[in-house]
Design a protein around this ligand. Structure first.
Ligand SMILES: *Cc1c(COP(=O)(O)O)cnc(C)c1O
Length: 397
């Protein structure tokens, strides 16, 4: 998946454009910058590529989620529904606003289960945040319907699924808002960076101001700008944005490589009848950054994962006991371990982990293995890997 695997001359050329002027900041210094505005240029290209009215670049994917929520008015005590299988960034972004993350079951899509979402809605719910983990998406049509009925915001975390689509729309643009990450291990990277996508002009204006201290970006004297509301600094630097321009130009090339490698592995594993693949909702196209499959039982899955690791098939993950991605290992959240005191709204609103029941998530995630698809493999290596995987799995079953 990661764009860093193919970092090269195009990226260096973009960065050198910035180094030649020495203007590392995206705003101001018009006299010195020789017309070079890399962040602006990346935003325009991103909006065009994703067929989104607006795109706003920020310092990380986590920042993009925080700002997306803030721009839609999510604040203290508001509940945001997030999946049990995600990355810790999901609840960090919610907590940063004093809002309350509500963990909710996933299903065979490995993303939010619409039935569980409906049960999790309360009078305090403000947003639903499906996280398109490992390159594939939630049942977005069902989630959008729920949002319409309950007047909720649909925010797609498409950080891991850049380039996938649903119902003909790029992931991140189907809901009211989308968040992308360009950190070092994402499909395309700019070192550190992220973006908010939306068609809503009020949200993007809010995001634009909020991510730069609430400055109103009116006129061309930064020092004279006023502040319609409180903000923060989530700006991206020109150096990072420059790398992103080169990588976005290569997105289709990266996706094509991923699909080719994915297809070889999938066709090989298809010969094993006991193995089921992750459910992709109708109308969805993955970005092929991972191949995710289910084994018949938890025990067989643990054994298979161990066998894969031992036979040198790297990059296959058993998320069920992973520290970063599954609710079972998030003691810092469930035991509320914060440096300072958490807001009272958060303390009052967080779920009591002794009372939550995520049996449904456990059912799916405990039987899942997800294998990273790399860009740098030769075709020979992919076929060799496919054969090894089939041998390992057949030996266990
Ligand atoms: C990477 C990632 C993020 C956060 O992105 P950063 O740019 O690393 O802050 C958020 N959500 C998911 C699902 C991710 O994989």
């Amino acid at each position: 998946m990661p764009g860093f695997e193919l970092f090269g001359d195009a990226e260096r050329k973009q960065v050198n454009d910035v180094l030649d002027t020495g203007v590392l900041m995206r705003y101001g210094f018009d006299g010195m910058r020789n017309g070079i505005f890399k962040a602006k240029e990346f935003e325009i290209a991103l909006a065009a590529k994703f067929n989104s009215k607006h795109a706003h670049l920020v310092s990380s994917g986590t920042a993009a989620i925080t700002i997306a929520l803030a721009s839609a008015g999510v604040g203290a005590g508001d509940e945001v529904i997030i999946p049990t299988f995600t990355f810790v960034a999901s609840f960090e972004a919610v907590l940063a606003l004093g809002a309350v993350p509500i963990l909710t079951d996933v299903d065979a899509t490995l993303t939010l289960d619409p039935l569980a979402v409906e049960k999790a809605i309360t009078s305090r719910t403000k947003a639903i945040m499906p996280v398109h983990m490992c390159g594939s998406m939630a049942d977005l049509k069902a989630l959008k319907t729920i949002c319409k009925v309950h007047n909720l915001i649909l925010l797609e975390d498409a950080c891991q699924a850049i380039g996938g689509s649903y119902d003909g729309k790029p992931l991140g643009t189907y809901g009211d808002l989308g968040a992308l990450s360009f950190d070092y291990v994402k499909t395309i990277t700019c070192g550190e960076g992220g973006a908010i996508l939306t068609n809503n002009s009020a949200y993007i204006k809010n995001a634009d101001y909020y991510s730069d201290h609430g400055h109103d970006h009116i006129g061309n004297d930064r020092g004279a700008e006023t502040h319609p509301f409180l903000g923060y600094n989530y700006r991206i630097s020109e150096l990072n944005a420059a790398v992103g321009i080169a990588q976005l130009n290569r997105l289709d090339e990266f996706l094509a490589i991923q699909k080719k490698n994915y297809d070889i592995l999938r066709n090989a594993l298809n010969t094993i009848a006991e193995l089921k693949f992750r459910k992709v909702p109708e109308g969805g196209i993955e970005n092929y950054s991972f191949l995710s499959f289910f084994l018949p039982t938890e025990k067989l899955t643990v054994q298979t994962h161990k066998a894969l690791v031992e036979s040198g098939v790297d990059g296959c993950f058993y998320w069920y006991d992973n520290n970063w991605h599954y609710y079972k290992k998030w003691e810092h959240l469930t035991e509320r371990k914060s440096l300072g005191k958490l807001p009272q709204e958060v303390l009052n609103g967080l779920q009591d982990s002794s009372k939550t029941d995520f049996t449904k998530s456990d059912y799916w995630v405990s039987r899942n293995i997800s294998c990273l698809i790399k860009l740098s493999w030769t075709e020979e290596q992919v076929f060799e890997r496919a054969q090894k995987m089939v041998e390992c799995i057949k030996n266990i079953l």
